[in-house]
Ligand binder design. Structure first.
Ligand SMILES: Cc1cc2nc3c(=O)[nH]c(=O)nc-3n(C[C@H](O)[C@H](O)[C@H](O)COP(=O)(O)OP(=O)(O)OC[C@H]3O[C@@H](n4cnc5c(N)ncnc54)[C@H](O)[C@@H]3O)c2cc1C
Ligand code: SF4
Length: 441
């Protein structure tokens, strides 16, 4: 399958062991994988044990090994950096162990004894699938509803193909579903094929992991102009394309945005043959949500990044884009972003909007009324990932205050499942004690 890194050979030195025991890397991993333990197992020739350490905490550890911004997570906290000026390659080792397991065809998990409870999961992305897997292991009957034909969410339809090459996203989905007790309903959208009140009525609990389906606008007139694309939509088409040569690719590409989506679409179009690719971001390098490593990577692949500029006008000829006019920006005395009035133009025959996504909240209604409390345009949840509605949990990109990372979505799903399980057990215990009180009377 994949190119595997060589596992560290032989026993660990004393200083290596001491470093592993300090374990700040575990704190830095949102799913709390016991990194020293899995590395030790690889070092002692036990890749299956290593994979078990990883997948017990993070059932999507194979894709996370490929997409996690490790330099700001686990590897960023690695104690070996101080001693040897570079961290242990945790992501690569995680990939080695999980690929080993998939290649060996070993299933480590099975559904727990039936609890008699049913849980609906909306969205089969990292948050929904992680929740579904943990619930199944806890014995609950899970139904996953996803609007798209395949599960995996952005692992399948969003993240750039060079990060999750081949069939790894679907391989991981298949491994996860093999636990049993998870019924999948693809092509079933909440708000179109099923309703929120219906789910709340028919299931004992509901988890919402619907991600962010909407895209932000540029703030300038861009409707009906040929050559202007939404980056996510284009990546989705590209990820599912059988023949990449059939995809339209410009010669001069301008990408507006500063996150992972901007880096991904810029890299993808460059790989597809665009001659000149420029990312333009309205603030400085430090404010870009794409990590410095990703920015460096893009630049070494011939992509220009321009900062402190925002689009002011699309220049068109016969309704097709030919250039983008930008205005330089700066922070005013109050720290607010403002235009300087100075402008420049970049030639472009293809423009991508990569300026963030928004929650489509329409499906979460009852009788046309929004019944979930929102915060900053996303679903408000507490520390247990419980929403404002009894029996409804949520996690991943669709909730407020998250990090918009695959690994964070996986953790949300896992924590929600644990809390749903505790809630269902508490509810069952209350019913039992009420019944026994009635019997005694
Ligand atoms: C271009 C791009 C690149 C990225 N690169 C990285 C990266 O390199 N590393 C990283 O860690 N993160 C990356 N991310 C972020 C990461 O992909 C997300 O944080 C993660 O996928 C969130 O998982 P989720 O389950 O919350 O949502 P999603 O992955 O969006 O899954 C939501 C699921 O819900 C389904 N759905 C939506 N609405 C409905 C409905 N009404 N009814 C039923 N189903 C519905 C969707 O079909 C989808 O399957 C990237 C994101 C993008 C857009
Ligand atoms: S899941 Fe991501 S952050 Fe956690 S240890 Fe693995 S690569 Fe690092």
């Amino acid at each position: 399958m994949a190119v595997l890194p060589r596992p560290p050979a032989g026993k660990l030195r004393r200083d290596q062991r001491a470093a592993l025991e300090r374990r700040p890397c575990i704190q830095a991993c949102p799913t709390g994988i016991d990194i020293p333990s899995f590395i030790r197992k690889i070092a002692t020739g036990d890749p299956k044990g290593a994979a078990k350490d990883i997948l017990t905490q993070n059932i999507m550890g194979a894709v996370c090994a490929r997409v996690c911004p490790t330099e700001v997570l686990c590897e960023g906290a690695c104690v070996r950096t101080a001693q040897e000026e570079r961290p242990v390659r945790i992501g690569a080792l995680q990939r080695y162990a999980t690929d080993w397991l998939f290649d060996a065809g070993v299933q480590l998990f099975k559904a727990g004894p039936a609890s008699g409870k049913k849980v609906a999961v909306v969205g089969g992305g990292p948050a929904g699938l992680s929740c579904a897997h943990r619930l199944a292991m806890l014995g609950h009957a899970v139904s996953v509803f996803d609007a798209r034909p395949k599960l995996g969410g952005l692992n399948e339809y969003g993240v750039a193909a060079y990060k999750v090459a081949g069939e790894i996203a679907q391989h991981e989905v298949a491994y996860l579903l093999a636990v049993g007790n998870i019924q999948v309903h693809n092509g079933q959208a909440l708000g179109r094929d099923i309703s929120f009140p219906q789910l709340r009525r028919d299931y004992d609990a509901v988890f919402l992991g619907a991600g962010l389906g909407g895209v932000n606008g540029l703030g300038i007139e861009d409707g009906g102009i040929a050559g202007v694309f939404d980056a996510i939509g284009y990546i989705e088409t590209l990820r599912q394309a059988k023949n990449l040569a059939a995809l339209p690719v410009g010669r001069k590409v301008v990408v507006i945005g500063g996150g992972m989506t901007a880096i991904d679409i810029a890299s993808q179009t460059r790989r597809l043959g665009a001659e000149d690719v420029t990312i333009v971001y309205r603030r400085g390098q430090e404010q870009m949500s794409a990590s410095l490593k990703e920015q460096d990577w893009a630049q070494t692949n011939g992509i220009r990044i321009k900062h402190w500029s925002r689009p002011s006008r699309l220049v068109t000829e016969k309704s097709a884009v030919t250039a983008v006019e930008f205005e330089y920006t700066k922070l005013d005395a109050g720290g607010k972003l403002t235009g300087t009035g100075e402008r420049y133009t970049l030639a472009a025959d293809m423009v991508f909007k990569a300026i963030g996504q928004t929650l489509v909240a329409d499906p979460f209604v009852e009788g046309n009324k929004q019944v979930l409390e929102m915060q900053d345009g996303r679903i408000k949840v507490d520390g247990e990932r419980h929403s404002s509605l009894a029996g409804v949990w949520a996690g991943g990109d669709c909730v407020a205050g998250g990090e918009d990372l695959t690994v964070a979505a996986v953790e949300d799903g896992k924590q929600a499942a644990l809390n749903i399980d505790a809630w269902l057990k508490r509810a069952a215990a209350s019913i039992d004690s009420a019944l026994s009180a009635v019997k005694k009377k």
